[in-house]
Design a protein around this ligand. Structure first.
Ligand code: ATP
Length: 234
């Protein structure tokens, strides 16, 4: 479904990705774990068309989408929920949700997706007229995920969805990710919470200094000595 082949990305002269290759198949939850600055967010930015790779290709259902404009990538069925949520604080919850569908033709007629998002996050339904900036951290994270879902993606890319949330909320966000996946949406999950990410996913990749250093089934990665020592604190 999604394939990155030997992706290189730099910020100026500083390399951030050095030959990243990975795949996400239909129906999978794939975790990308790594330390601060390892290149996780940059990988998602390259897929979304925000960072142009210097080398390598990105394929979506066999089509080369490397260097496609971000709104066109959304139109292909890939939505990105960025790190730090990046909601529009002075717009209402409903206005924020509608922004998520802006790149999709005739999205205003798509009542089903809005109903699905509001059923997944009843808290957003209750607060739909409230300014997004006044929501709690957990609610803002739900709004950011809901906004990405408004584009009716086939693949949802989540960047650190658990960041800054209380443990109970972290659990419920990961439960929601499973619910979203059950609906047939594949997920590429970037996380520093390696344990929860590997518990939730089918496969995983470890990225270190811009390179994939380990990959495999999540149940196996969770027992890997290096993963345990470097990311699980065991
Ligand atoms: P974190 O969890 O801290 O966000 P990450 O794994 O997502 O880490 P990236 O944000 O992808 O890491 O960063 C990869 C490398 O690129 C780091 O060395 C970082 O300092 C650098 N980098 C990221 N964004 C920029 C930028 N806008 N300008 C310059 N360098 C950047």
């Amino acid at each position: 479904m999604l394939e990155l082949r030997d992706i290189h990305v730099s910020y100026g002269h500083v390399p951030a990705l050095r030959g990243v290759s990975l795949t996400v198949e239909k129906g999978e939850i794939v975790a990308l774990i790594g330390a601060n600055g390892a290149g996780k967010s940059t990988t998602l930015r390259a897929i979304q068309g925000i960072m142009a790779p210097l080398k390598g290709n990105i394929y979506w259902n066999g089509e080369d989408i490397t260097n496609l404009a971000p709104h066109k990538v959304v139109g292909k069925g890939i939505a990105h929920c960025p790190e730090g949520r990046q909601i529009f604080p002075s717009m209402t919850v409903m206005e924020n949700l509608k922004m998520g569908a802006i790149a999709i033709p005739n999205a205003d007629q798509d009542k089903e997706t809005l109903e699905y998002v509001l059923s997944l996050f009843p808290r957003l339904e209750e607060r739909k007229a409230q300014m997004a900036g006044s929501l709690s951290g957990g609610e803002q994270q739900m709004l950011a995920i809901g906004r990405a879902l408004m584009a009716s993606p086939k693949l949802l890319m989540l960047d650190e969805p658990s960041m800054g949330l209380a443990p109970l909320l972290v659990e419920s966000i990961f439960e929601m990710i499973k619910d979203i996946n059950v609906k047939g949406i594949s997920v590429l999950l970037v996380e520093q919470n390696a344990y929860m990410a590997l518990e939730t996913s089918t496969r995983g990749y470890v990225i270190e200094n811009g390179e994939i250093t380990l990959s495999g089934r999540s149940v196996e990665l969770i027992h890997h000595t290096h993963v345990q020592e470097a990311y699980l604190g065991i």
